[in-house]
Design a binder for this molecule. Sequence first.
Ligand code: WT7
Length: 653
Amino acid sequence: MTEQSSALDNLLTESRTFPPSEEFAAKANAGAELYSEADADRETFWAKQAERLHWDTKWTQVLDWSNAPFAKWFVSGKLNVAYNCVDRHVESGHGDQVAIHWVGEPGDTRDITYAELKREVSKAANALLSLGVGAHDRVAIQLQMVPEAIVAMLACARIGALHSVVFGGFSPTALRSRVDDAQAKVVITSDGQYRRGKAAPMKANVDQALDGAESVEKVIVVRRTGDDVPWTEGRDLWWHELVDGQSEDHKPEAFDSEHPLYILYTSGTTGKPKGILHTSGGYLTQAAYTHHYVFDHKPGEDVYWCTADIGWVTGHSYIVYGPLANRVTQVVYEGTPNTPHEGRHWEIVQKYKVSIYYTAPTLIRTFMKWGKDIPAKYDLSSLRVLGSVGEPINPEAWVWYRENVGANATPVVDTWWQTETGAIMISPLPGVTEAKPGSAQRPLPGISAKVVDDKADEVGKGGGGYLVLDKPWPSMLRGIWGDDERYRETYWSRFADKGFYFAGDGAKYDNDGDIWLLGRVDDVMNVSGHRISTTEVESALVSHPTVAEAAVVGASDPTTGQGIVAFVILRGDAVDGGEEAVQELRNHVAKEIGPIAKPRQIMVVPELPKTRSGKIMRRLLRDVAENREVGDVTTLADSSVMDLISSGLQSGK
Ligand code: WT7
């Protein structure tokens, strides 16, 4: 565990606790008996949770784990995911309930009821069918937070096509590799997006990405900014021209519980992103179950807001699938939190009386930096549950969040999960758990997790090690798209004897047996809650003609959790390594991967620390990046390398 960031040390000395109020507990969806109920019979418990959904055909078996690690949940059951998220709420008499309060960055708004959402999704489904998209086909979606993004995802689900949403901030190269890997037939995008008050092009980047992409037959373009866009006749179609005239009638077909729902790419420890595959029945069951209990959501009463982007799994499970399955009324906001001012989120909370707010530690720390006077200017009294996700939340940020956003009264739920887990796994239950700032605490009822040592033996109270999931769960990934071997290797080989899923996170138990997450133990960085692999950034750097070699580490950062720090060796006489060259390299990485991967700092060095087998010792580079004394260098092939690096940096070379 020596590799873990020292910034997390304070997590381990935190001892404040915040019990739920009696008033909250009395009305809470969850009671303590949920744990005992699940412990008594896990499969019966999950079968009961699956009853939250409408099944056209009931399952015959809850779990089939005979072909582990490839799970089947609710075997032979049939359902339509989009029907569950939209139509059934209209049929039960809630067609007039607002599903989405959409807020555009420039200030335009749109309220969409369930009845309207049903019409839009049906039309979009008919539009996709008219283009020859059918069950099992892949549709790539690169869109900002506009209603069409959600409509497009649900339209795919409705016809059994898989969506692959690609974050709007990803580069053309990143989009292309995802389109190729999934062999997407259709790409859905927009003309441009509003970002910090300005319109930025989107379609032009997509065109660049798709140059020569053979799988793509059609590109559908949502008009948002109205700016001119390049156009490929015969391939490109305006969303409004294609969708608006379609029939509002579309009969949802029931698909198998294991029918693939989507692919979502995430960084692993190599340069190639993994296409995480999720399926239907188990995924929707756990997304809906967790949204109901973890956020204490009450349909028709609460106004919910998850600030994530649909480009990440949080947007999939906690904007689209879980909340809509639970008949949510939610806010969807297009823009950045400080456009046009730093109180934008609180203004929206006040206007729509948001009662459940779910965001990431990096944004909470940004709010802290902007100052508590800003939230204090707004009426936030509607808020009753606050959530956090994406990285370990430091206790100070947790307490600030509760005090300044939650009126020192609301429960704060720190939710641990991953793209791969599909839904929340470890989290307090509001109204039940006595919360501890900085700890995700306990696996949810029905979920099993352990902290183990190298030999897969569970560590005792107060002990630290690796987080594993020792029993299959309904929303677990069903594989990596097109690469079963990588799926086994990445998640199931480390503790193969015991059959544990290796999450890649370090964790420890406190003396009560509560779990504290300590960050990644592999070569994956967490920057503002986004996973980026060190190898991915390294390959981007060495693809630049001036770079001979590169090593990248995640150094602790007060706002973003981790910041990307790169060490590069330049080619012989290529350039001088001055400010301009460094700037050029930072921009190059942004262009190759996306602005989120832009290194915070690049240091030009004469050598890199390597073991005799040639492996870069990132631990030592992290010491340099975090201004610490450099640790043990005895396993280096050349132990003088670190002196060379340190002295070079001090002399400003
Ligand atoms: C990694 C997964 C799950 C949606 C957002 C990120 C870290 C996530 C927490 C938390 C400590 C957390 C882990 C995990 N992480 N939530 N509450 N406490 N760490 O999804 O991109 O798949 O990243 O994010 O390191 O492995 P993701």
